[in-house]
Each structure stands twice: as structure tokens, then as C-alpha cells.
Design a protein around this ligand. Structure first.
Ligand SMILES: [Zn+2]
Length: 129
């Protein structure tokens, strides 16, 4: 079961109900990998953003953290401060290697250092409403 920043019930609900199931699958594989190889739990810091939250976070206008019509939320962020540089590089390169064009994973540094993961729109799951 994933670990969420501040044990946030809101993040847990977004992960279970609002997040694209492909991102969930990728994340669960990454979590398993990092836990078995490095003995470190990954921590989810962000799933969905409102347009205002996205603006404050400096997100791009069509950020995958925004719920768009017809789609699930397509992105999540992970904490980096609990990880080694090796583990961070491993996570980012693993997504490219295992999931190829389906997904995008990048480390954002600066004021809010984190790892961002999203499913690309072409492979996104349709929202069932
Ligand atoms: Zn992100």
C-alpha cells in the first residue's frame, strides 16, 4: 500500500479514485522496485491539482495533474529527499526503459525537488462518465 505525505487521506483518495490506473500500475511497480532494492519506501507528495494550485505550483497550463474532461488525473509526484541520488536516477531511467512512450518521468529540482510521473495522453485511460 502506498505511503502518502502526512498520511493524507485526500492523497490516498485521489490515488485510488482519480488517478489514471496506468499511472497507478507504474507507480506500484516502482514502489516495489525501490523497496526491494534500496529498502526505502517511496512517498507520494501530489496527485491532483486544482487550476489555482497548479498556478501556484508553477505548473504548465495543461498539466497532467489537472483533471481534464474525459480523462483521469494523469500524474503524480514523489518525494526525493528520502532517496539516494542512485535511487532517483534509477527511478527516472526505469520508467523510460520499462514503459517507453507510454509514460514520462522526470526529476524537477529547485525550490520543490521531486520526481514527476505521468502517463502520456495518447495512452491515457478514458474517464468512465
Ligand atoms: Zn508533477
Amino acid at each position: 500500500m502506498p505511503t502518502f505525505k502526512d498520511q493524507s487521506p485526500l492523497l490516498a483518495r485521489e490515488f485510488a479514485e482519480r488517478l489514471d490506473p496506468i499511472v497507478r500500475a507504474i507507480y506500484l511497480e516502482l514502489e516495489h522496485h525501490v523497496l526491494t532494492v534500496y529498502r526505502i519506501p517511496l512517498i507520494i507528495t501530489c496527485v491532483e491539482r486544482t487550476p489555482l494550485e497548479n498556478q501556484k505550483a508553477g505548473g504548465v497550463p495543461r498539466s497532467a495533474h489537472l483533471k481534464q474532461d474525459g480523462y483521469y488525473v494523469r500524474a503524480l509526484d514523489m518525494r526525493t529527499k528520502n532517496l539516494s541520488e542512485t535511487a532517483i536516477r534509477d527511478v527516472v531511467s526505469r520508467v523510460a526503459r520499462v514503459w517507453g512512450a507510454m509514460a514520462h518521468c522526470i526529476r524537477h529540482t529547485g525550490t520543490a525537488d521531486h520526481i514527476h510521473l505521468n502517463v502520456n495522453l495518447r495512452y491515457a485511460t478514458a474517464w468512465p462518465e
